[in-house]
Design a protein around this ligand. Structure first.
Ligand SMILES: Cc1cc2nc3c(=O)[nH]c(=O)nc-3n(C[C@H](O)[C@H](O)[C@H](O)COP(=O)(O)OP(=O)(O)OC[C@H]3O[C@@H](n4cnc5c(N)ncnc54)[C@H](O)[C@@H]3O)c2cc1C
Length: 472
């Protein structure tokens, strides 16, 4: 749908339904497939509508890591964690500006969701125990063997196939049919040949993410990140938010988003923040540091955008380079020749083309890391190790990954009006719903995206199926 056309809500008598399903899911990313698995398993027939030729979404571009405090994977490795500890991390990262009940609710749903996906649906999760993500008090990220979202999506597709869940691709939803009470009767899709099809439903789950793919909505709500490189799913145009609003649903945290301060410049390969946490740092075109890089990768994006020519160099060393090889994305960065090698600081200056100031910056960071002086940006370098030559360097840009504001939902993912009453049969999760990242970019804690996609997906599928059962 062109960006300048507002998605429409049509009256039910405008529909010509070719058929009907109990649960209809719009969007075939992580949230949509999880919702479909959950609805099906709860006894409801379900159909997924996906705009693209393949159902992949932002999820397939991601690292696929989900936080799950108290999981059996953590217990097996002796990690002592609880939802309460995680919820406290979320509240700290958001400076207290997200709903504490929802933060705890999501924290509590992490382990059951990951264990359910692993044990019931065969997603091969394991605990990432090689480094601690910024803002997390415990190692609690769970990922598939290669730590990629494409692998996660592959596993979700296999599970969906096992349950004979139908996914219609090349099927962008353009309109919803709803009566005056806000009850959804179905959706209209437009096929690639221009033909339209109307599909009825008893409950609708919006799993079509946020509006990172809409320049128009970004200009309106998050202009600070327009100059960043967009590295999200271009098909996410904010449809869920527009429809939900038209139906009387409430929207919150509309300025929130997940940025990233480590996208390999011109190559589109994310360099995971582990390279910073372990002691790496970033400099601008003057060879000077400009922030406390360890606060988080999301807020670093907008700081890079504010630098001359909107780029930075990440500087790290050989031991960090070796540790980073665990991640498929990093292997891609090596293959794409993004990672530069320098035997010493003179060579570092030469290969980066940065001014001599870089030498002073490297020396300053060494002194800070050795505890000889305090970092002017307030970073605690004791978490990593002081860097040693040979060095590694990668030029990066600030990136926008996805938006975190959206439709306000209750604990069962039902979309709420401003007066907190639920719309009759509308659910939302993942990027379509308000996240747990507060009102801006700095509240995003690694894992918030897929946690709310999979946990709300699971809850939405279950609740939609239960609602249909109760009314039949
Ligand atoms: C590089 C990168 C790394 C990341 N790493 C992590 C990580 O490790 N952990 C984490 O928690 N989060 C991570 N994220 C964020 C995470 O990927 C997202 O939060 C999550 O994938 C959102 O899931 P979703 O199902 O809501 O949306 P998506 O996966 O984007 O799925 C939405 C789907 O809806 C479809 N759609 C949109 N509009 C329509 C329409 N009108 N009709 C039909 N279909 C429609 C889209 O085509 C898409 O397939 C990362 C993101 C990026 C870009």
């Amino acid at each position: 749908m062109p960006e300048n056309v507002t998605s429409a809500i049509l009256p039910p008598d405008a529909a010509n339904f070719s058929g009907s399903v109990p649960v209809l899911v719009i969007g075939g990313g992580g949230c949509g497939l999880t919702a479909a698995l959950s609805a099906r398993e709860s006894g409801a027939e379900v159909l997924v509508l996906e705009r693209d030729a393949s159902a992949l979404g932002t999820t397939s571009m991601s690292t696929g890591l989900i936080p799950a405090p108290g999981s059996r994977f953590q217990k097996a490795k002796g990690v002592d964690d609880t939802p309460e500890i995680f919820a406290a991390d979320i509240m700290k990262k958001t400076r207290g500006q997200t709903d504490p009940d929802m933060a705890l609710h999501m924290a509590r749903e992490g382990a059951p969701t990951v264990e359910w996906l692993a044990d019931v649906h065969g997603v091969p999760f394991s605990l990432v125990d090689s480094f601690l993500y910024p803002g997390h008090a415990r190692m609690r990220m769970h990922g598939t063997p290669n730590r990629t979202g494409s692998e996660l999506m592959g596993a979700l597709h296999q599970a969906a196939e096992r349950l004979s869940i139908d996914i219609i691709t090349d099927a962008p939803t353009t309109h919803l049919f709803a009566d005056k009470s806000g009850r959804i009767h179905g959706a209209r899709i437009t096929r690639p040949d221009g033909s339209i099809e109307d599909i009825g439903c008893d409950a609708l789950i919006l799993a079509c993410c946020g509006f990172a793919g809409s320049r128009e909505l970004l200009s309106q709500y998050i202009p600070e990140i327009l100059e960043a490189t967009f590295f999200g799913h271009p098909g996410n145009k904010g449809d869920a938010m527009r429809w939900g609003r038209d139906l009387g649903g409430d929207v919150a945290d509309i300025h929130a988003y997940q940025g990233h301060g480590g996208l390999a410049y011109g190559q589109g390969v994310p360099i995971l923040w582990a390279h910073i946490i372990r002691g790496g740092f970033q400099v601008n075109a003057h060879g000077a540091r400009f922030s406390n890089e360890a606060r988080g990768y999301s807020e670093q994006a907008v700081d890079i955008v504010a630098q001359p020519d909107h780029f930075a160099w990440s500087i790290f060393d050989e031991s960090i380079h070796e540790m980073m090889k665990e991640f498929d994305d990093y292997q891609d960065a090596i293959k794409a020749d993004c990672i530069r090698h320098a035997a010493d600081v003179d060579e570092l200056v030469r290969i980066t083309g940065l001014p001599e100031q870089l030498k002073q910056t490297v020396a300053d960071v060494a002194e800070i890391a050795e505890g000889k002086r305090v970092d002017p940006f307030g970073r605690d370098f004791s978490i990593g190790k002081p860097l040693k030559p040979p060095y590694k360097a990668v030029k990066v840009s600030g990136a926008l990954f996805h938006t975190q504001g959206g439709l306000v939902v209750d604990k069962n993912a039902r979309v709420l009006r401003a007066d907190k009453s639920p719309l009759p049969n509308l659910f939302a999760g993942g990027g379509a719903a308000r996240g747990i990242s507060g009102p801006s970019c700095w509240g995003y804690l690694a894992g918030n995206g897929l946690l709310t996609a999979t946990a709300f997906g699971r809850l939405a599928g279950k609740a939609a199926a239960a609602q249909i059962k109760a009314s039949s």
